[in-house]
Design a protein around this ligand. Structure first.
Ligand SMILES: [Zn+2]
Length: 150
């Protein structure tokens, strides 16, 4: 199968993934690869001390997936406040799916889903979306930032 993505310099961060072709909504674009670890291992590993572990996903009650490895190309995908992709699990595998039609050369993004904490200012967002709130915070919590900006 032809690759649907390519790695390029990004305006959001150093590098990002871009659509190599037009992509229809609900397309599996790339597997989010990583190491499967138990939820217990996650709890005792200081690497995941804060809840801003970008590359850590919960698969089910027992297992998490740590995607913080070079071979996981999908980890280059940047956060956006108006994303065009999401991460979804099929069994113990994670995939990046398009949640809207994506045009060739558009940057692929998903919502990192950070919860709102006092330290949100440590995670600025440069996604340039019209609705960007300036920080990486999940969509359910963004209203809090809009409020505090006033
Ligand atoms: Zn943003």
């Amino acid at each position: 199968m032809k690759k649907l993505y390519k790695i390029k310099k990004s305006n959001i961060d150093k590098r990002g993934l871009y659509a190599a072709t037009n992509i229809k909504k609900n397309t599996k674009i790339i597997e989010y690869k990583g190491k499967i670890i138990t939820v217990k291992e996650t709890e005792i590993n200081p690497k995941f001390d804060n809840n801003k572990a970008i590359y850590l996903f919960n698969l089910n009650k027992k297992y998490d997936l740590d995607g913080d490895f070079k071979y996981n190309t999908a980890r280059l995908i940047n956060h956006s406040c108006e994303p065009n992709c999401e991460v979804d699990g099929v069994g113990l595998k994670l995939w990046i799916y398009s949640i809207k039609d994506i045009k060739k050369n558009d940057e692929l993004t998903y919502d990192y889903g950070f919860s709102f904490d006092k330290d949100y200012r440590d995670f600025p967002c440069r996604c340039r979306a019209e609705k960007c709130v300036g920080y990486i915070v999940n969509s359910q919590s963004r209203w809090r930032i809009k409020k505090s900006k006033r």
